[in-house]
Design a protein around this ligand. Structure first.
Ligand code: ATP
Ligand code: MG
Length: 553
Protein backbone atom coordinates (compact mmCIF):
# COMPACT_ATOMS: atom_id res chain seq x y z
CA UNK A 1 0.00 0.00 0.00
CA UNK A 2 2.69 2.47 1.00
CA UNK A 3 4.54 1.79 -2.28
CA UNK A 4 1.80 3.32 -4.39
CA UNK A 5 1.43 6.31 -2.12
CA UNK A 6 3.42 9.40 -2.95
CA UNK A 7 6.09 10.34 -0.44
CA UNK A 8 5.38 12.89 2.24
CA UNK A 9 7.75 15.83 2.44
CA UNK A 10 9.82 14.32 5.24
CA UNK A 11 10.21 11.04 3.35
CA UNK A 12 11.40 13.07 0.37
CA UNK A 13 14.06 14.72 2.53
CA UNK A 14 15.14 11.38 3.99
CA UNK A 15 15.37 9.71 0.58
CA UNK A 16 17.42 12.62 -0.72
CA UNK A 17 19.76 12.49 2.29
CA UNK A 18 20.27 8.76 1.87
CA UNK A 19 20.74 9.02 -1.88
CA UNK A 20 23.40 11.70 -1.77
CA UNK A 21 25.20 9.96 1.07
CA UNK A 22 24.60 12.60 3.74
CA UNK A 23 23.75 9.72 6.10
CA UNK A 24 24.27 5.99 5.76
CA UNK A 25 21.18 5.33 7.80
CA UNK A 26 18.72 7.48 9.68
CA UNK A 27 18.10 7.87 13.40
CA UNK A 28 14.89 9.45 14.66
CA UNK A 29 13.55 9.92 18.16
CA UNK A 30 10.25 10.31 19.95
CA UNK A 31 10.87 12.80 22.77
CA UNK A 32 7.91 13.01 25.17
CA UNK A 33 8.05 15.07 28.31
CA UNK A 34 6.86 12.70 31.06
CA UNK A 35 4.32 15.15 32.44
CA UNK A 36 1.15 13.34 31.42
CA UNK A 37 -0.26 10.48 29.39
CA UNK A 38 0.17 10.36 25.63
CA UNK A 39 -2.71 11.44 23.42
CA UNK A 40 -3.69 10.81 19.82
CA UNK A 41 -1.47 13.73 18.70
CA UNK A 42 1.51 11.91 20.16
CA UNK A 43 0.39 8.79 18.29
CA UNK A 44 0.81 10.80 15.09
CA UNK A 45 4.36 11.72 16.08
CA UNK A 46 5.15 8.14 17.14
CA UNK A 47 3.87 6.69 13.87
CA UNK A 48 5.85 9.27 11.93
CA UNK A 49 9.15 8.84 13.76
CA UNK A 50 9.06 5.08 14.17
CA UNK A 51 7.47 4.67 10.76
CA UNK A 52 10.29 6.53 9.00
CA UNK A 53 12.99 4.48 10.69
CA UNK A 54 11.13 1.28 9.88
CA UNK A 55 10.65 2.22 6.26
CA UNK A 56 14.27 3.26 5.72
CA UNK A 57 15.99 0.67 7.88
CA UNK A 58 17.03 3.13 10.57
CA UNK A 59 16.33 3.28 14.27
CA UNK A 60 14.29 5.31 16.71
CA UNK A 61 15.12 6.27 20.26
CA UNK A 62 12.60 6.85 22.95
CA UNK A 63 13.89 9.85 24.81
CA UNK A 64 12.21 11.25 27.87
CA UNK A 65 12.58 14.97 27.73
CA UNK A 66 12.73 15.26 31.50
CA UNK A 67 14.54 18.54 32.02
CA UNK A 68 11.74 20.14 34.03
CA UNK A 69 11.88 18.63 37.52
CA UNK A 70 8.57 19.95 38.76
CA UNK A 71 5.96 18.39 36.51
CA UNK A 72 7.47 15.01 35.81
CA UNK A 73 6.67 11.68 37.34
CA UNK A 74 7.71 8.06 37.00
CA UNK A 75 4.07 7.01 36.56
CA UNK A 76 4.05 8.94 33.31
CA UNK A 77 7.28 7.32 32.11
CA UNK A 78 5.75 3.88 32.56
CA UNK A 79 2.49 4.79 30.86
CA UNK A 80 4.34 6.28 27.89
CA UNK A 81 6.38 3.10 27.40
CA UNK A 82 3.22 1.02 27.62
CA UNK A 83 1.47 3.15 25.04
CA UNK A 84 4.32 3.15 22.52
CA UNK A 85 4.60 -0.64 22.76
CA UNK A 86 0.87 -1.06 22.51
CA UNK A 87 0.86 1.04 19.34
CA UNK A 88 3.21 -1.57 17.94
CA UNK A 89 6.63 0.07 18.09
CA UNK A 90 9.88 -0.89 19.77
CA UNK A 91 12.61 1.66 20.42
CA UNK A 92 16.31 1.08 19.80
CA UNK A 93 17.30 2.86 23.04
CA UNK A 94 15.54 4.28 26.04
CA UNK A 95 17.21 7.55 26.92
CA UNK A 96 16.58 10.38 29.37
CA UNK A 97 17.61 13.96 28.74
CA UNK A 98 18.42 14.09 32.46
CA UNK A 99 21.20 11.54 31.81
CA UNK A 100 22.88 14.26 29.76
CA UNK A 101 22.87 16.90 32.52
CA UNK A 102 26.63 16.56 33.11
CA UNK A 103 27.32 16.74 29.38
CA UNK A 104 24.97 19.69 28.94
CA UNK A 105 26.70 21.47 31.79
CA UNK A 106 30.03 20.90 30.02
CA UNK A 107 28.52 22.30 26.81
CA UNK A 108 27.49 25.41 28.71
CA UNK A 109 31.01 25.79 30.08
CA UNK A 110 32.33 25.50 26.51
CA UNK A 111 30.10 28.37 25.43
CA UNK A 112 31.21 30.49 28.37
CA UNK A 113 34.85 29.84 27.49
CA UNK A 114 34.17 30.94 23.94
CA UNK A 115 32.65 34.16 25.25
CA UNK A 116 29.26 32.99 24.00
CA UNK A 117 27.39 32.76 27.31
CA UNK A 118 27.14 34.86 30.46
CA UNK A 119 25.51 34.85 33.86
CA UNK A 120 22.80 37.48 34.21
CA UNK A 121 21.51 38.64 37.62
CA UNK A 122 18.55 40.56 36.20
CA UNK A 123 15.03 39.70 37.26
CA UNK A 124 12.80 38.01 34.71
CA UNK A 125 10.89 41.30 34.35
CA UNK A 126 14.08 43.17 33.54
CA UNK A 127 15.11 40.53 31.05
CA UNK A 128 11.73 40.74 29.35
CA UNK A 129 11.92 44.53 29.23
CA UNK A 130 15.40 44.58 27.75
CA UNK A 131 14.37 42.11 25.09
CA UNK A 132 12.76 44.77 22.92
CA UNK A 133 9.94 44.00 20.52
CA UNK A 134 9.94 42.47 17.06
CA UNK A 135 10.42 45.97 15.65
CA UNK A 136 12.60 47.45 18.41
CA UNK A 137 15.99 45.88 19.09
CA UNK A 138 16.75 44.77 22.62
CA UNK A 139 19.55 46.02 24.82
CA UNK A 140 22.23 44.24 26.82
CA UNK A 141 22.73 45.06 30.48
CA UNK A 142 26.00 45.43 32.41
CA UNK A 143 26.09 41.72 33.35
CA UNK A 144 26.74 40.90 29.70
CA UNK A 145 30.21 42.42 30.11
CA UNK A 146 31.37 40.00 32.80
CA UNK A 147 34.71 38.33 32.17
CA UNK A 148 34.94 34.70 31.13
CA UNK A 149 36.59 33.90 34.50
CA UNK A 150 33.77 35.55 36.45
CA UNK A 151 31.18 33.76 34.38
CA UNK A 152 32.84 30.39 34.90
CA UNK A 153 32.96 30.99 38.65
CA UNK A 154 29.39 32.25 38.88
CA UNK A 155 28.06 29.36 36.82
CA UNK A 156 29.94 26.88 39.05
CA UNK A 157 28.43 28.62 42.08
CA UNK A 158 24.97 28.41 40.55
CA UNK A 159 25.45 24.69 40.23
CA UNK A 160 26.83 24.47 43.77
CA UNK A 161 23.59 25.88 45.12
CA UNK A 162 24.87 29.24 46.31
CA UNK A 163 21.98 31.19 44.83
CA UNK A 164 18.25 31.29 45.22
CA UNK A 165 15.73 30.36 42.52
CA UNK A 166 15.34 33.12 39.98
CA UNK A 167 18.34 35.15 41.17
CA UNK A 168 20.56 34.32 38.20
CA UNK A 169 20.35 32.72 34.79
CA UNK A 170 22.88 31.68 32.18
CA UNK A 171 22.25 33.31 28.82
CA UNK A 172 23.69 32.75 25.37
CA UNK A 173 25.34 35.80 23.85
CA UNK A 174 23.92 35.97 20.34
CA UNK A 175 22.21 39.03 18.92
CA UNK A 176 19.94 41.45 20.78
CA UNK A 177 18.77 42.91 17.47
CA UNK A 178 17.87 39.65 15.80
CA UNK A 179 14.45 39.61 14.13
CA UNK A 180 14.09 36.21 15.77
CA UNK A 181 13.31 37.08 19.38
CA UNK A 182 14.59 33.69 20.50
CA UNK A 183 18.10 34.69 19.43
CA UNK A 184 18.12 37.77 21.68
CA UNK A 185 20.43 36.26 24.26
CA UNK A 186 18.16 33.34 25.19
CA UNK A 187 18.23 31.81 28.63
CA UNK A 188 20.10 28.50 28.70
CA UNK A 189 19.97 27.61 32.39
CA UNK A 190 17.82 28.61 35.35
CA UNK A 191 18.11 27.91 39.06
CA UNK A 192 15.48 25.61 40.47
CA UNK A 193 15.96 23.98 43.84
CA UNK A 194 13.66 21.12 43.06
CA UNK A 195 13.75 17.37 43.37
CA UNK A 196 13.98 15.58 40.04
CA UNK A 197 12.32 12.20 39.51
CA UNK A 198 15.59 10.66 38.33
CA UNK A 199 18.51 12.83 39.39
CA UNK A 200 17.09 13.52 42.84
CA UNK A 201 18.78 16.52 44.45
CA UNK A 202 21.96 16.36 42.40
CA UNK A 203 21.08 19.47 40.48
CA UNK A 204 19.63 22.84 41.34
CA UNK A 205 20.18 24.30 37.86
CA UNK A 206 18.25 22.95 34.92
CA UNK A 207 18.73 23.53 31.19
CA UNK A 208 15.97 25.19 29.19
CA UNK A 209 14.30 23.31 26.33
CA UNK A 210 16.48 25.07 23.76
CA UNK A 211 19.65 24.06 25.53
CA UNK A 212 18.62 20.46 26.00
CA UNK A 213 16.67 19.29 23.02
CA UNK A 214 19.04 19.90 20.13
CA UNK A 215 22.06 18.84 22.17
CA UNK A 216 20.32 15.63 23.18
CA UNK A 217 19.59 14.98 19.51
CA UNK A 218 23.22 15.57 18.74
CA UNK A 219 24.50 13.31 21.53
CA UNK A 220 22.34 10.53 20.11
CA UNK A 221 23.37 11.21 16.50
CA UNK A 222 19.78 11.88 15.53
CA UNK A 223 19.72 12.60 11.80
CA UNK A 224 16.15 13.86 11.44
CA UNK A 225 14.67 15.60 14.47
CA UNK A 226 11.00 15.96 13.73
CA UNK A 227 8.79 18.32 15.70
CA UNK A 228 5.66 20.40 15.29
CA UNK A 229 5.36 23.78 13.57
CA UNK A 230 5.51 25.91 16.69
CA UNK A 231 9.20 25.03 16.92
CA UNK A 232 10.07 26.73 13.62
CA UNK A 233 11.39 29.84 15.42
CA UNK A 234 13.53 27.59 17.63
CA UNK A 235 15.38 26.13 14.65
CA UNK A 236 17.86 29.02 14.40
CA UNK A 237 18.83 28.56 18.02
CA UNK A 238 18.98 24.78 17.56
CA UNK A 239 21.43 25.29 14.70
CA UNK A 240 23.39 28.00 16.51
CA UNK A 241 24.08 25.76 19.51
CA UNK A 242 25.18 22.85 17.35
CA UNK A 243 27.42 25.06 15.26
CA UNK A 244 29.08 26.80 18.20
CA UNK A 245 29.55 23.58 20.14
CA UNK A 246 30.83 21.80 17.02
CA UNK A 247 28.82 18.67 17.74
CA UNK A 248 26.96 16.19 15.53
CA UNK A 249 24.81 18.16 13.11
CA UNK A 250 21.29 16.97 13.78
CA UNK A 251 18.62 18.77 11.77
CA UNK A 252 15.17 19.85 12.81
CA UNK A 253 12.13 19.43 10.53
CA UNK A 254 8.66 20.65 11.35
CA UNK A 255 5.24 19.26 10.46
CA UNK A 256 1.71 20.32 11.39
CA UNK A 257 0.48 18.98 14.69
CA UNK A 258 -2.65 16.90 14.68
CA UNK A 259 -5.79 18.75 15.73
CA UNK A 260 -9.05 16.85 15.79
CA UNK A 261 -12.70 17.89 16.06
CA UNK A 262 -14.48 17.54 19.44
CA UNK A 263 -11.14 16.78 21.07
CA UNK A 264 -8.51 18.50 23.15
CA UNK A 265 -4.89 17.61 22.81
CA UNK A 266 -2.91 19.19 25.53
CA UNK A 267 -1.60 17.24 28.46
CA UNK A 268 -2.17 20.23 30.68
CA UNK A 269 -5.86 20.37 29.82
CA UNK A 270 -6.26 16.61 29.95
CA UNK A 271 -4.76 16.73 33.44
CA UNK A 272 -7.37 19.30 34.43
CA UNK A 273 -10.15 17.00 33.25
CA UNK A 274 -8.70 14.23 35.40
CA UNK A 275 -7.99 16.34 38.49
CA UNK A 276 -11.33 18.08 38.46
CA UNK A 277 -13.25 14.86 38.02
CA UNK A 278 -14.80 15.57 34.63
CA UNK A 279 -13.61 12.10 33.63
CA UNK A 280 -12.62 9.00 35.56
CA UNK A 281 -8.86 9.08 35.13
CA UNK A 282 -6.39 9.34 32.27
CA UNK A 283 -7.71 6.14 30.72
CA UNK A 284 -11.34 7.16 30.78
CA UNK A 285 -12.68 5.87 27.44
CA UNK A 286 -13.82 9.38 26.52
CA UNK A 287 -10.31 10.78 26.73
CA UNK A 288 -8.17 11.44 23.67
CA UNK A 289 -5.33 9.63 25.43
CA UNK A 290 -3.90 6.48 23.91
CA UNK A 291 -4.73 4.63 27.13
CA UNK A 292 -8.32 5.95 26.97
CA UNK A 293 -8.70 4.85 23.37
CA UNK A 294 -7.20 1.48 24.19
CA UNK A 295 -9.64 1.00 27.06
CA UNK A 296 -12.46 2.05 24.81
CA UNK A 297 -11.50 -0.73 22.43
CA UNK A 298 -9.80 1.15 19.61
CA UNK A 299 -7.41 -1.30 17.94
CA UNK A 300 -3.81 -0.13 17.57
CA UNK A 301 -4.03 -1.03 13.86
CA UNK A 302 -6.88 1.45 13.43
CA UNK A 303 -4.93 4.25 15.10
CA UNK A 304 -1.92 3.54 12.89
CA UNK A 305 -4.14 3.47 9.82
CA UNK A 306 -5.65 6.81 10.85
CA UNK A 307 -2.21 8.39 11.29
CA UNK A 308 -1.23 7.08 7.88
CA UNK A 309 -4.35 8.41 6.19
CA UNK A 310 -4.08 11.93 7.55
CA UNK A 311 -0.56 12.15 6.18
CA UNK A 312 2.11 14.67 7.09
CA UNK A 313 1.12 18.26 6.49
CA UNK A 314 3.05 21.52 6.55
CA UNK A 315 0.02 23.56 7.53
CA UNK A 316 -2.24 23.23 10.55
CA UNK A 317 -5.70 21.85 9.98
CA UNK A 318 -8.53 20.27 11.91
CA UNK A 319 -9.11 16.59 11.25
CA UNK A 320 -12.63 15.18 11.56
CA UNK A 321 -12.77 12.75 14.48
CA UNK A 322 -15.17 10.83 12.24
CA UNK A 323 -12.18 9.71 10.20
CA UNK A 324 -10.63 8.07 13.26
CA UNK A 325 -13.95 6.42 14.06
CA UNK A 326 -14.21 5.26 10.47
CA UNK A 327 -10.80 3.57 10.74
CA UNK A 328 -11.85 1.93 14.01
CA UNK A 329 -15.10 0.69 12.52
CA UNK A 330 -13.42 -0.58 9.40
CA UNK A 331 -10.92 -2.63 11.37
CA UNK A 332 -13.44 -3.90 13.90
CA UNK A 333 -15.81 -5.01 11.18
CA UNK A 334 -13.11 -7.44 10.08
CA UNK A 335 -12.23 -8.83 13.49
CA UNK A 336 -15.16 -8.35 15.86
CA UNK A 337 -17.09 -11.37 17.12
CA UNK A 338 -20.82 -10.96 16.61
CA UNK A 339 -22.82 -11.31 19.81
CA UNK A 340 -26.36 -10.57 20.91
CA UNK A 341 -27.04 -8.24 23.82
CA UNK A 342 -30.37 -6.67 24.74
CA UNK A 343 -30.02 -3.24 26.33
CA UNK A 344 -33.59 -2.46 27.33
CA UNK A 345 -35.38 -5.79 27.71
CA UNK A 346 -38.94 -6.67 26.91
CA UNK A 347 -40.00 -10.22 27.64
CA UNK A 348 -41.25 -12.32 24.75
CA UNK A 349 -42.90 -15.71 25.25
CA UNK A 350 -43.25 -18.19 22.40
CA UNK A 351 -46.39 -20.01 23.38
CA UNK A 352 -46.05 -22.92 20.94
CA UNK A 353 -42.38 -23.57 21.69
CA UNK A 354 -41.76 -26.59 23.96
CA UNK A 355 -40.18 -26.39 27.41
CA UNK A 356 -36.40 -26.76 27.40
CA UNK A 357 -33.88 -25.33 25.02
CA UNK A 358 -32.00 -25.87 21.81
CA UNK A 359 -28.67 -24.51 20.63
CA UNK A 360 -28.63 -22.60 17.40
CA UNK A 361 -25.50 -22.09 15.37
CA UNK A 362 -24.62 -18.53 14.67
CA UNK A 363 -21.68 -17.09 12.75
CA UNK A 364 -19.03 -15.34 14.79
CA UNK A 365 -18.19 -13.02 11.95
CA UNK A 366 -19.70 -13.13 8.47
CA UNK A 367 -16.71 -11.06 7.23
CA UNK A 368 -14.24 -13.71 8.34
CA UNK A 369 -14.77 -17.31 7.20
CA UNK A 370 -12.23 -18.51 9.76
CA UNK A 371 -14.06 -17.01 12.71
CA UNK A 372 -16.29 -20.07 13.10
CA UNK A 373 -19.62 -20.42 14.84
CA UNK A 374 -20.95 -20.38 18.33
CA UNK A 375 -24.00 -22.04 19.83
CA UNK A 376 -26.69 -19.69 21.04
CA UNK A 377 -29.26 -21.10 23.44
CA UNK A 378 -32.86 -20.58 22.39
CA UNK A 379 -35.89 -21.20 24.55
CA UNK A 380 -39.53 -20.30 25.09
CA UNK A 381 -38.81 -17.07 26.95
CA UNK A 382 -36.64 -14.47 25.37
CA UNK A 383 -35.70 -10.86 25.82
CA UNK A 384 -35.98 -8.54 22.89
CA UNK A 385 -35.27 -4.84 22.74
CA UNK A 386 -38.20 -2.78 23.99
CA UNK A 387 -37.79 -0.39 21.06
CA UNK A 388 -38.24 -3.32 18.66
CA UNK A 389 -41.92 -3.61 19.58
CA UNK A 390 -44.75 -1.17 18.91
CA UNK A 391 -48.37 -1.72 19.76
CA UNK A 392 -49.60 0.77 17.19
CA UNK A 393 -46.92 0.95 14.57
CA UNK A 394 -46.78 3.41 11.69
CA UNK A 395 -46.73 2.15 8.10
CA UNK A 396 -43.55 0.43 6.97
CA UNK A 397 -42.66 -0.60 10.49
CA UNK A 398 -40.84 -3.88 9.96
CA UNK A 399 -40.17 -4.80 13.55
CA UNK A 400 -42.59 -6.54 15.90
CA UNK A 401 -46.21 -5.41 16.29
CA UNK A 402 -49.49 -7.20 16.93
CA UNK A 403 -50.16 -9.62 14.06
CA UNK A 404 -46.79 -8.86 12.45
CA UNK A 405 -43.95 -11.28 11.72
CA UNK A 406 -40.21 -10.86 12.16
CA UNK A 407 -37.23 -13.16 12.13
CA UNK A 408 -35.26 -13.72 15.30
CA UNK A 409 -31.59 -13.61 14.31
CA UNK A 410 -30.18 -17.12 13.64
CA UNK A 411 -33.49 -18.59 14.83
CA UNK A 412 -37.10 -18.62 13.69
CA UNK A 413 -39.79 -16.42 12.27
CA UNK A 414 -42.29 -15.43 14.93
CA UNK A 415 -45.66 -13.71 14.89
CA UNK A 416 -46.92 -11.48 17.67
CA UNK A 417 -50.24 -12.77 18.98
CA UNK A 418 -50.91 -10.84 22.16
CA UNK A 419 -49.72 -7.92 24.25
CA UNK A 420 -49.71 -8.26 28.03
CA UNK A 421 -49.93 -5.16 30.21
CA UNK A 422 -49.81 -4.38 33.90
CA UNK A 423 -52.51 -2.47 35.81
CA UNK A 424 -50.93 0.84 34.83
CA UNK A 425 -51.09 -0.06 31.15
CA UNK A 426 -47.36 -0.67 30.67
CA UNK A 427 -46.44 -3.44 28.28
CA UNK A 428 -44.82 -6.20 30.32
CA UNK A 429 -44.70 -9.04 27.86
CA UNK A 430 -45.56 -10.01 24.32
CA UNK A 431 -46.85 -13.45 23.42
CA UNK A 432 -45.86 -14.91 20.08
CA UNK A 433 -45.96 -18.10 18.10
CA UNK A 434 -43.08 -19.42 16.02
CA UNK A 435 -42.98 -21.20 12.71
CA UNK A 436 -40.96 -24.40 13.22
CA UNK A 437 -40.05 -24.76 9.50
CA UNK A 438 -38.50 -21.28 9.41
CA UNK A 439 -35.29 -22.12 11.24
CA UNK A 440 -32.34 -20.15 9.91
CA UNK A 441 -30.20 -22.26 7.62
CA UNK A 442 -32.97 -24.75 6.89
CA UNK A 443 -35.94 -22.50 6.26
CA UNK A 444 -38.65 -24.21 4.23
CA UNK A 445 -41.47 -21.96 5.34
CA UNK A 446 -41.53 -19.86 2.19
CA UNK A 447 -42.30 -16.82 4.31
CA UNK A 448 -40.43 -13.59 3.72
CA UNK A 449 -40.12 -11.05 6.50
CA UNK A 450 -38.37 -7.72 6.40
CA UNK A 451 -37.24 -7.33 10.00
CA UNK A 452 -34.62 -9.31 11.93
CA UNK A 453 -34.34 -8.80 15.67
CA UNK A 454 -31.59 -9.72 18.13
CA UNK A 455 -32.65 -11.53 21.30
CA UNK A 456 -31.35 -13.35 24.36
CA UNK A 457 -32.82 -16.40 26.06
CA UNK A 458 -34.15 -15.41 29.50
CA UNK A 459 -32.92 -18.43 31.40
CA UNK A 460 -29.47 -18.27 29.80
CA UNK A 461 -29.04 -14.51 29.92
CA UNK A 462 -26.03 -12.99 31.62
CA UNK A 463 -26.53 -9.61 33.23
CA UNK A 464 -24.16 -6.97 31.95
CA UNK A 465 -23.47 -3.31 32.36
CA UNK A 466 -23.07 -1.39 29.15
CA UNK A 467 -21.38 1.99 28.98
CA UNK A 468 -22.21 4.16 26.02
CA UNK A 469 -19.90 7.05 25.23
CA UNK A 470 -20.52 10.17 23.32
CA UNK A 471 -18.20 13.04 22.44
CA UNK A 472 -16.66 14.70 25.46
CA UNK A 473 -17.09 18.16 23.93
CA UNK A 474 -20.03 19.80 22.25
CA UNK A 475 -18.10 22.05 19.87
CA UNK A 476 -16.01 21.10 16.89
CA UNK A 477 -12.96 23.23 17.43
CA UNK A 478 -12.56 23.03 21.20
CA UNK A 479 -9.14 24.66 21.37
CA UNK A 480 -10.39 27.75 19.55
CA UNK A 481 -13.89 27.95 20.99
CA UNK A 482 -14.86 30.97 23.04
CA UNK A 483 -14.40 30.87 26.80
CA UNK A 484 -12.84 28.13 28.85
CA UNK A 485 -12.55 24.75 27.17
CA UNK A 486 -14.44 23.22 30.10
CA UNK A 487 -17.50 25.33 29.24
CA UNK A 488 -17.91 23.07 26.22
CA UNK A 489 -17.95 19.74 27.99
CA UNK A 490 -20.82 17.51 26.91
CA UNK A 491 -22.55 16.60 30.18
CA UNK A 492 -24.22 13.62 28.53
CA UNK A 493 -21.11 11.94 27.26
CA UNK A 494 -21.63 8.82 29.38
CA UNK A 495 -24.74 6.66 29.59
CA UNK A 496 -24.65 3.60 31.82
CA UNK A 497 -27.13 0.79 31.22
CA UNK A 498 -26.84 -1.34 34.32
CA UNK A 499 -29.23 -4.11 33.34
CA UNK A 500 -28.52 -5.33 29.90
CA UNK A 501 -28.79 -9.02 29.03
CA UNK A 502 -26.08 -10.77 27.12
CA UNK A 503 -25.90 -14.18 25.49
CA UNK A 504 -23.75 -16.56 27.56
CA UNK A 505 -20.93 -16.83 24.98
CA UNK A 506 -19.71 -13.52 26.34
CA UNK A 507 -18.76 -15.24 29.58
CA UNK A 508 -16.15 -17.35 27.80
CA UNK A 509 -14.50 -14.70 25.70
CA UNK A 510 -11.19 -13.10 26.58
CA UNK A 511 -10.58 -9.48 27.52
CA UNK A 512 -8.85 -8.82 24.22
CA UNK A 513 -11.82 -9.91 22.13
CA UNK A 514 -13.63 -7.25 20.21
CA UNK A 515 -17.36 -7.52 19.62
CA UNK A 516 -20.07 -6.31 17.43
CA UNK A 517 -23.25 -6.43 19.46
CA UNK A 518 -25.64 -7.04 16.64
CA UNK A 519 -27.53 -3.88 15.65
CA UNK A 520 -25.94 -2.03 18.58
CA UNK A 521 -22.35 -1.17 17.75
CA UNK A 522 -18.84 -2.29 18.55
CA UNK A 523 -17.93 -3.14 22.13
CA UNK A 524 -15.12 -4.41 24.32
CA UNK A 525 -14.90 -5.75 27.82
CA UNK A 526 -13.94 -3.10 30.38
CA UNK A 527 -11.38 -3.65 33.11
CA UNK A 528 -14.11 -2.94 35.69
CA UNK A 529 -15.61 -6.35 34.88
CA UNK A 530 -15.58 -8.97 37.59
CA UNK A 531 -16.50 -12.64 37.81
CA UNK A 532 -20.10 -11.76 38.56
CA UNK A 533 -20.49 -8.64 36.51
CA UNK A 534 -19.54 -8.05 32.90
CA UNK A 535 -18.97 -4.44 31.92
CA UNK A 536 -18.77 -3.43 28.28
CA UNK A 537 -17.66 -0.22 26.64
CA UNK A 538 -19.14 0.91 23.40
CA UNK A 539 -16.10 1.48 21.22
CA UNK A 540 -17.96 3.04 18.33
CA UNK A 541 -21.43 2.99 16.84
CA UNK A 542 -22.22 0.90 13.76
CA UNK A 543 -22.71 3.98 11.68
CA UNK A 544 -21.66 7.56 11.96
CA UNK A 545 -24.62 9.05 13.82
CA UNK A 546 -23.07 12.50 13.93
CA UNK A 547 -22.69 12.71 10.17
CA UNK A 548 -26.43 12.05 9.90
CA UNK A 549 -27.18 14.74 12.50
CA UNK A 550 -25.04 17.20 10.61
CA UNK A 551 -26.88 16.45 7.35
CA UNK A 552 -30.25 16.96 9.01
CA UNK A 553 -29.23 20.32 10.42
P1 ATP B 1 1.16 18.76 24.99
O1 ATP B 1 0.95 20.19 24.67
O2 ATP B 1 -0.02 17.91 24.76
O3 ATP B 1 1.76 18.55 26.34
P2 ATP B 1 3.74 18.52 23.92
O4 ATP B 1 4.15 18.81 22.53
O5 ATP B 1 4.14 19.43 24.97
O6 ATP B 1 2.18 18.26 23.92
P3 ATP B 1 5.63 16.47 24.34
O7 ATP B 1 5.63 15.38 25.34
O8 ATP B 1 6.64 17.53 24.47
O9 ATP B 1 4.19 17.07 24.34
O10 ATP B 1 5.65 15.87 22.87
C1 ATP B 1 6.36 14.75 22.44
C2 ATP B 1 6.36 14.75 20.93
O11 ATP B 1 5.04 14.63 20.45
C3 ATP B 1 6.90 16.05 20.39
O12 ATP B 1 7.81 15.76 19.35
C4 ATP B 1 5.69 16.77 19.91
O13 ATP B 1 5.99 17.61 18.83
C5 ATP B 1 4.76 15.63 19.51
N1 ATP B 1 3.36 16.06 19.59
C6 ATP B 1 2.71 16.54 20.66
N2 ATP B 1 1.44 16.87 20.35
C7 ATP B 1 1.27 16.57 19.05
C8 ATP B 1 0.19 16.68 18.12
N3 ATP B 1 -1.01 17.17 18.48
N4 ATP B 1 0.39 16.28 16.86
C9 ATP B 1 1.57 15.78 16.47
N5 ATP B 1 2.64 15.66 17.27
C10 ATP B 1 2.50 16.05 18.54
MG1 MG C 1 5.83 19.89 26.00
Amino acid sequence: MSEEKSLNFIEEIVEEDLKNGKYKSIVTRFPPEPNGYLHIGHAKSICLNFGLAKKYGGKTNLRFDDTNPVTEETEYVESIKDDVRWLGFEWANEFYASDYFEQLYAFAVTLIKKGLAYVDDSTSEEIAEQKGTPTVPGTRNRYADRSIEDNLQLFADMRAGKYADGSKVLRARIDMASPNMLLRDPILYRIKHAHHHRTGDNWCIYPMYDFAHGQSDSIENITHSICTLEFIPHRDLYDWCIEKLEIFPSHQYEFARLNMTYTIMSKRKLLQLVNEGHVNGWDDPRMSTISGMRRRGYPAEAIREFCDRIGVAKRENLIDVGLLEFCVREHLNKIALRRMVVFDPLKLVITNYPEGEEYLQSENNPEDPNAGHRDVPFSRELYIEREDFMENPPKKYFRLAPGQMVRLKSAYIIRCEEVVKDAAGNITEVKCTYIPESKSGSDTSGINVKGTLHWVSVQHAVTAEVRLYDRLFKVEDVANAEGDFKDHINEDSLTVLANAYAEPALLNDTPDDRYQFIRKGYFCLDKDSSADKLVFNRTVTLKDGWAKEAKKA
